[in-house]
Design a binder for this molecule. Structure first.
Ligand SMILES: [Zn+2]
Length: 301
């Protein structure tokens, strides 16, 4: 049975800490390097629900995409929700390791997993990492579709293939427009608009798009029509957990570790319900597309 230090060393080969953004907080948050590891759980968020699931499962290591503490703290008292997470982990001998922007930039990374879930062929990173001579690492991915789809069909595919959330998929643009090329970025994609325009793609799928950046982006027709698809932040990053679990399984097989690797099916998106608009006097430019939604309750597959 491997020790935590050996498993962490293996995870570091996939997502080296030094490849994270300077503002990020990645790496091991809780854990004794000498403790033995037999069961590992992957999840997006290090929240109490997930930690309780790790306890139930008998996991020795929880790997999450989002950091527990992004900024410094002066307390881990169990009266704070993050402190309670730390207490639960320590009391149950569960380590916590975070791979965030270092997993975003990796090859394969978070956006490769998102593209894979949607059956998109990755062509290149949206923003290549200049330190990668092969040009495969970086933020976001530019993808091609083997068979063009309309924006409506693409939104329906995203609603079907990404784990179900209350939000479903929001669409901006002509639902009947043809999509041959698409940029995807797991997590918040607001800051990537300039790169998406420069990439000359037909659509952009990401999460957390806000009114003003999206509105201005859609109003700028100089670069041709382009559709936006906005999914729940959690749903765009969850496919990475499956990819990461597969990667750790392969490492475990190679070393003969016999690790049991799990992916949490728990939806930790903060938005839990969705009411479709029905005001009698309102009209929307793309009402037909507004019905595309994955708000069917249920666990992700
Ligand atoms: Zn995220």
């Amino acid at each position: 049975m491997p020790r935590l230090s050996e498993v962490i060393a293996a995870l570091e080969t996939l997502w080296p800490t030094e490849r994270a953004e300077s503002w990020d907080a990645v790496g091991t948050v809780v854990g004794d390097p000498d403790q033995e590891v037999s069961r590992v759980l992957f999840a997006v968020d290090p929240v109490q629900e997930i930690v309780d699931e790790a306890v139930q499962l008998g996991a020795d290591l929880l790997v999450t995409h989002h950091p527990l503490y992004l900024r410094g703290t002066t307390t881990v008292a169990a009266s704070t929700f993050k402190g309670r997470v730390v207490h639960t982990l320590v009391k149950n001998d569960i380590a916590l390791h975070v791979a965030h922007t270092n997993a975003d930039r990796a090859d394969p990374g978070v956006s490769d997993a998102l593209a894979g879930a949607l059956d998109l062929r990755v062509v290149r990173p949206l923003i290549p990492d200049p330190t990668d001579p092969e040009g495969r690492r970086g933020l976001g991915r530019v993808c091609e579709l083997d068979h063009p789809l309309t924006v409506r069909e693409l939104a329906a595919r995203a609603a079907e293939r990404l784990p179900a959330t209350a939000q479903g998929i929001r669409v901006a643009g002509d639902p009947e427009a043809q999509v041959r090329t698409i940029a995807v970025s797991g997590g918040s994609g607001d800051s990537l608009f300039d790169d998406v325009r420069a990439a000359g793609v037909d659509a952009f799928l990401t999460a957390d798009l806000r009114h003003h950046p999206a509105s201005e982006f859609m109003a700028d027709r100089a670069h041709g029509p382009l559709a936006l698809l906005d999914a729940a932040h959690w749903a765009t990053e969850w496919p990475w957990c499956e990819l990461a679990a597969t990667q750790l399984d392969e490492i475990s097989d190679r070393h003969g570790w016999g690790l049991r690797v799990h992916v949490s099916p728990t939806v930790t998106d903060p938005w839990t319900a969705h009411a479709a608009s029905s005001h009698p006097s309102s009209t929307t430019r793309t009402r037909s597309a507004s019905r595309v939604s994955s708000d069917t309750p249920g666990a992700p597959n």
